[in-house]
Design a protein around this ligand. Structure first.
Ligand code: HEM
Length: 182
């Protein structure tokens, strides 16, 4: 039996690597780079919050969307929303908890910024890591058969979330600002 934890890691590696490459293009020490990074995240988490998240996912999504709203207000910026996305709670928990592993690396780059506005947009990049959360989630996912109905829905949902992140990030990268907003 292939379990969902292994299926997520192997089937979504390509999507993650593309996203990692795109997002690494944002310079988090500048107002423009940070604003685009935060806008990409807001676009995706907000779209999931406007889907039909269950209780568990709603708590995760609300925490992220509120942190991002605070940070984007520093730049007086309101990105355009994406269409709502429904995904199973475990798919949302997987992407959210996994994304925090990467955020840890990005936080170090952001912390070297000297721009006061960039430093004050601190909520999203300082969201607390819950100790043991990633390991516990992986154990939960490892108990589910990837070929079961739930298993297939979780992998498909996580793929949809990565696609959403990719389109939100590409949109930010393609935006040509004619006026300097920072
Ligand atoms: C520049 C941006 C990013 C970097 C540098 C990055 C980096 C990383 C790293 C190093 C890991 C592995 C951590 C470990 O195994 O200890 C990881 C895992 C992960 N990241 Fe990212 N990440 C980035 C963006 C994202 C985004 C935006 C998402 C959300 C869609 C995301 C979702 C995940 C997931 C779900 C995992 C777990 C993969 C697995 O083991 O199944 N990452 N990331």
């Amino acid at each position: 039996m292939t379990n969902v934890r292994d299926a997520l890691r192997s089937e979504l590696r390509k999507e993650h690597d593309t996203l990692d490459r795109l997002m690494s293009g944002f310079d988090l020490t500048t107002a423009t780079g940070l604003k685009r990074f935060l806008s990409s995240h807001w676009c995706a988490w907000d779209a999931m919050l406007r889907g039909k998240p269950g209780h568990r996912a709603r708590a995760i999504l609300t925490q992220r969307v509120e942190a991002l709203r605070h940070d984007l207000a520093v730049f007086d910026h309101r990105p355009a929303p994406a269409g709502p996305l429904d995904a199973p709670d475990l798919a949302i928990a997987y992407v959210a908890t996994g994304a925090q592993l990467g955020t840890e690396i990005l936080r170090r780059a952001w912390q070297s910024a000297s721009d006061a506005r960039v430093r004050s947009a601190s909520h999203f990049l300082s969201l607390p890591q819950v100790p043991g959360a990633w390991r516990a989630l992986c154990e939960e996912l490892a108990k589910i058969d990837a070929d079961s109905r739930d298993g297939r829905a979780i992998v498909r949902g996580a793929k949809d979330i990565f696609d959403l992140f990719l389109s939100c990030t590409e949109r930010e990268l393609q935006r040509h600002e004619t006026v300097r907003l920072d």
